[in-house]
Design a protein around this ligand. Sequence first.
Ligand SMILES: NC(=O)c1ccc[n+]([C@@H]2O[C@H](COP(=O)([O-])OP(=O)(O)OC[C@H]3O[C@@H](n4cnc5c(N)ncnc54)[C@H](OP(=O)(O)O)[C@@H]3O)[C@@H](O)[C@H]2O)c1
Length: 314
Amino acid sequence: MKTNETSSETELGGQFTFPTTELTVRRMGYGAMQLAGPGVWGPPKDPEAAVAVLRQAVASGVNHIDTSDFYGPQVTNQIIRRALHPYPRELVIVTKLGATRPPDGSWQPATSRKELTAGVHDNLRNLGLDALDIVNYRTMGAIHGPKEGSIAEPVMVLADLQRQGLIRHIGVSNVTATQVSEAQSITDVVCVQNNYNLAHRDDDALIDNLARQGIAFVPFFPLGGFTPLQSTTLSAVADRLGVKPMQVALAWLLHRCANILLIPGTSSVAHLRENLASAELKLSQQTLAELDAIAAEAGAASPSRTRTANEDKR
Ligand SMILES: NC(=O)c1ccc[n+]([C@@H]2O[C@H](COP(=O)([O-])OP(=O)(O)OC[C@H]3O[C@@H](n4cnc5c(N)ncnc54)[C@H](OP(=O)(O)O)[C@@H]3O)[C@@H](O)[C@H]2O)c1
């Protein structure tokens, strides 16, 4: 289903290979949730603009797109198919299961074998694929934090679907460290997708632990999601560097740890360009310490860092 790749020389933050896989992506990817209508429901106001964002992302070297059939529902996957199918060979599309969207637009758990199996087939059909590269099992704990509880049953269902060849690799999302370990006792986990950004750093220890295992950590809400990041420190740093605050927030994530892959969401080509350009931004140790203080002030733990940069540089 995939054609030869459209290549790009762009480095876009360096590369990462998902463990136990043949899948290598650039660290700066794209999250497609913003392509659906308001409230992640229905079609976007301007479907052509949504198509343009996706094509621009791929033309710029992005080869990791995050999506779900519950964005819209179906809308986002159908736009991805329309914009990019037949897909470049190197493109990795990551989707997620575990929720459904009833007609009232709410988000409800969908974790039974029947629902998960139907969800895989819905994603395959709407994306126009024979197999899904990576599927995250997404728990429906609170949006700002996962809840403890066994995820063994749904992960075993995904492992069965993997054995049938419908899913290549498995990840987990909105999960605790205990749930990650539980999933790892069932199958190889190639990525974890949780809420994490400059100001929301509950997962600092988990990120470091995953880094030691070579597992990707993919923050959702890297820019604050529905509540965009706002901080006088962030704005001051951005002013000093002559860039936008959101660019600094993304660059900080790339510096935070080498296993962090970015999927910032946007419905705008202008914002997409800004976000992709942040992969070129090098932050000094002094700037990183200033930015670390944003969360430290809010009581978060100070992290370790696996990449270093000596000076701020675009
Ligand atoms: N696993 C999960 O449970 C889960 C949950 C949520 C999201 N996700 C995934 O994670 C991806 C990222 O999360 P997200 O899209 O919710 O949040 P986000 O990337 O933190 O922020 C998106 C918001 O920031 C704005 N934005 C983007 N670039 C900007 C820029 N350069 N300057 C100013 N504003 C900018 C967007 O508006 P514009 O459209 O106007 O640019 C949008 O309102 C999603 O697209 C989705 O694929 C996963």
